[in-house]
Design a protein around this ligand. Sequence first.
Ligand SMILES: [Zn+2]
Length: 89
Amino acid sequence: MRAELFAREPLCVKCLEADVYTLATQRDHVIPLAEGGRDDQTNEQGLCESCHEAKSLAEALRGAARGRVVQNFGGRQRKPRPQSRIYGE
Ligand SMILES: [Zn+2]
């Protein structure tokens, strides 16, 4: 599934939006599974490592905003802050 994705979309879609050409190395779910996304071809895209990291972090922060337990990114402890509004939600 992974090789198939990169054959179809060899470049990072986020970088492409900014007219930057970066090889995709990460298979990403457009809508995160944690937010109800499907685990199939209709919901996957190729991202480079830094875009994938940024997206994962944003998703984790959204999860924290909803009061979920958030994984530890980059070794720093982040306590969920249910009151805060992040990324316009
Ligand atoms: Zn990228």
